[in-house]
Design a protein around this ligand. Structure first.
Ligand code: ATP
Ligand code: LTN
Length: 337
């Protein structure tokens, strides 16, 4: 019995994040917080999706810096390279290779329906490039190369996960059991942290209004001020209710960072004003992010450690992903060299 337990395959987790800026509280609460938690129980792989960020025009020098910073931030958030595989997407050529093959199994119609494509092409109307359109194909390849069971992401990525699952069904129907069917792991609480300036929009690290998001490296006074300025409503009561988007968002953030339920929060703030509540949320977030900021300040200075870590990661990820890639190549009829 013990032997059987030992040899059981550990479940595999994979996720990525784009180096489009310093991670926000939304990225942390919706995704990275769960990456950290999963490391002991699962075989985890996490990467910086630099190829994905090319879908929006980037300054080359800034992108290089942001990529290294994103890698350091992932480590600062508690991802331990001794436990998990951590790497940079463009260092592993299989991602771009599988992207091409899978793009021949993705339909124009289904890609046209992706809400992220519609949103981003409206936002960057002067640069609706082919990469923006096929973004979900690259993402499907990222995932399928590692045969994961779960993909921890925020709610905005659900549609891309559904697309990946459709590709799996299509591909496996044609060629047999090539890809494992992945499942999105979307947290019950905090899967969609909203903008502090427009609580009907998701918090995004590329928002032009810096008051709309809290970056995980913001100084304590900056965080407090952003929460003080958070858009709410003209009522007085701190309670979770439809139509109170701003307060609902603050309650959700507060609940995640303190572990308190909505009932407890409502009780604690009974008779108190929005000002008191905003300050309490800001202070709780400051405390939650403090160790991450300290870790980042230490890790980001050690360039040799970072280089060594991403090189090791790339080597391992290349080995793992090439196994899937060669199986795929064989299945679709490419001649082995
Ligand atoms: P960009 O603004 O450049 O589009 P982003 O802030 O949306 O970036 P991504 O790199 O696209 O960040 O996302 C990384 C992870 O964070 C994904 O799993 C995504 O679902 C999650 N995420 C992003 N924004 C939020 C949010 N506001 N609330 C919860 N999760 C989020
Ligand atoms: N599109 C994702 C980033 C990403 C990703 C992935 C997430 C790229 N490849 C593979 C999970 C699995 C985003 O968060 N915007």
């Amino acid at each position: 019995m013990e032997e059987a337990v030992k040899t059981e395959r550990k479940k595999v987790i994979l996720s990525g994040i784009q180096p489009t800026g310093v991670f926000t509280l939304g990225n942390y609460i919706g995704a990275i917080r769960n990456w950290d938690k999963m490391q002991d129980e699962y075989n985890c792989a996490y990467f910086v999706a630099d190829l994905h960020s090319l879908t929006v025009r980037q300054d080359p020098a800034a992108l290089r810096k942001q990529t290294l910073d994103a890698f350091a931030l992932v480590l600062a958030c508690g991802i331990d390279p001794e436990k998990s595989l951590v790497f940079i997407q463009s260092h592993v050529p299989s991602h771009a290779e599988l992207n091409w093959i899978l793009s021949c199994y993705a339909q124009f119609g289904e890609l046209s329906r992706m809400t992220q494509f519609k949103d981003k092409s409206a936002k960057h109307a002067d640069n609706v490039n082919a990469g923006l359109f096929t973004y979900p194909v690259l993402m499907a390849g990222d995932i399928l190369l590692y045969q994961p069971d779960f993909v921890p992401v925020g709610a905005d990525q659900k549609q891309h996960l559904e697309f990946t699952r459709d590709i799996v069904t299509r591909f496996n129907n044609l060629y047999g059991n090539v890809f494992r069917m992945p499942e999105a792991y979307i947290p019950k609480e905090g899967a969609r942290v909203m903008s502090l300036q427009d609580p009907t929009k998701k918090m995004s690290k590329s928002d032009e209004n810096v008051n709309a998001f809290v970056s995980i490296l913001d100084e304590p006074n900056v965080i407090i001020n952003k929460f003080k300025r958070a858009v709410t409503d003209s009522e007085k009561e701190i309670c979770y209710r439809e139509g109170k988007d701003g307060i609902n968002n603050l309650m959700s953030i507060y609940s995640v960072v303190t572990g308190l339920t909505y009932e407890q929060i409502e009780k604690d703030f009974e008779g108190k004003g929005y000002g008191d509540f905003k300050l309490a949320v800001g202070e709780a977030v400051v405390e939650k992010l403090r160790p991450i900021r300290e870790n980042f300040n230490r890790i980001s200075k050690d360039k040799a450690y970072l280089e060594e870590t991403y090189r090791k990661g790339a080597e391992m990820a290349t080995g793992i992903s090439e196994r899937t890639l060669s199986k795929v190549k064989k299945k679709v009829g490419l001649l082995a060299k």
